[in-house]
Design a protein around this ligand. Structure first.
Ligand SMILES: NC(=O)c1ccc[n+]([C@@H]2O[C@H](COP(=O)([O-])OP(=O)(O)OC[C@H]3O[C@@H](n4cnc5c(N)ncnc54)[C@H](OP(=O)(O)O)[C@@H]3O)[C@@H](O)[C@H]2O)c1
Length: 312
């Protein structure tokens, strides 16, 4: 393990997105952080924002040159699974070609590239997944993220791949939220929610993913892939039940449904729970229990209403 605790120049792509914004906010406390946005301009104190569209290659190089990063965290992506299923060309353009374009613009100083991938690179048949399990994505979003992982592995030696599970946390200053805000908004308005009884994930508090990435920025270990999933395996319905109980919502609004009963137009793995022992052992990441995170999110300071979110 190499410890490098000095201040670094970091470029976070997708700083206007849910995870990217949380990364920039946290990392900028200790480092010089630049970030990119595409369609949602966002101001983050002490940081420099660049307008970059990965579908337009000419916008990438000037940003990388100006930021001159020692670490690049590539979190920008077309992360809406339904949109990826509908718009294959765009999904490949942003998630795969965009990643390759970014790598081609990286300087000769060989910065560390941390690529943010996903639990959806797995087919859901053999959970919990460790870093040595073979990816086999079911939906097009997962396929593009896997292709991007392979591009990173092929083209840039100094890399780490982080695979977070489904994320939740407080909304960003520009109103990006997670599935939690989508559920909370519906339940608070008395709207029924159809939730899968047979689809399992290991939801992870966004601050825990940020902590894992921050540790990777400062301590480079021997591994190239890290799974970052939360401490509990839960079905969608279980998540809804626990949120409703915590917030005092009517549990009868939760309508159990199986994957087979609901046609979402997108192949969905049954169980992509992650085994995150590696990041816990190598980076001392402690995962926040669900109710403790809910307390932090809805307890006041972190929460604000009126968010826009990608439900799943
Ligand atoms: N959310 C999850 O549960 C989850 C779970 C596992 C992994 N991940 C991964 O984590 C990363 C962040 O996800 P997220 O949920 O934070 O996504 P998000 O909120 O949808 O943000 C996506 C980011 O990518 C940018 N982006 C989209 N298209 C772009 C393009 N053509 N050119 C440049 N930038 C573009 C967006 O910019 P604008 O908003 O400015 O357009 C935004 O900053 C992604 O790599 C995703 O695959 C997410």
């Amino acid at each position: 393990m190499i410890y490098t605790s000095q201040r670094k120049r970091i470029l976070v792509t997708g700083g206007s997105g849910f995870l990217g914004w949380h990364l920039v906010k946290h990392l900028s406390k200790r480092h010089d952080v630049s970030y990119t946005y595409a369609t949602r301009r966002v101001q983050i104190p002490r940081c420099r924002g660049f307008h970059v569209n990965f579908l337009h290659p000419s916008s990438i190089e000037p940003c990388v040159q100006e930021a001159d990063p020692e670490v690049v965290i590539h979190a920008a992506a077309l992360a809406d699974t339904a949109e990826c299923e509908r718009a294959h060309e765009k999904a490949v353009g942003v998630n795969v070609t965009g990643t390759e374009r970014l790598i081609r613009c990286l300087p000769d100083t060989k910065p560390l590239l941390i690529y943010i991938s996903t639990d959806l690179v797995f087919n859901g048949l053999q959970a919990p997944y460790t870093e040595t399990d073979e990816p086999d994505p079911l939906n097009f979003y997962g396929k593009t993220k896997r292709m991007a992982e392979q591009a990173v592995q092929r083209l840039w030696k100094n890399h780490v791949i982080v695979r977070p599970a489904i994320l939740y946390g407080a909304p960003t200053s520009n109103g990006r939220g997670s599935f939690l805000q989508w559920m909370d908004q519906a339940l608070s308005q008395g709207e029924p929610l159809r939730l899968f009884t047979d689809e399992y994930r290991t939801p992870v508090y966004v601050h825990d993913v940020v902590a894992a990435v921050a540790s990777l920025v400062e301590r480079i270990g021997q591994h190239r892939i890290y799974h970052v999933g939360g401490p509990e395996r839960m079905s969608r319905l279980e998540i809804g039940r626990r949120l409703a109980a915590f917030r005092g919502y009517d549990p009868s609004l939760l309508r159990p449904v199986t994957q087979a009963e609901a046609d979402t137009g997108c192949p969905r793995p049954k169980d992509v729970s992650l085994n995150s022992a590696r990041v816990q052992a190598a980076h001392a990441v402690k995962f926040t229990p669900f109710e403790e995170a809910l307390k932090a999110i809805f307890g006041g300071a972190e929460h604000s209403a009126g968010t826009e979110q990608n439900p799943w």
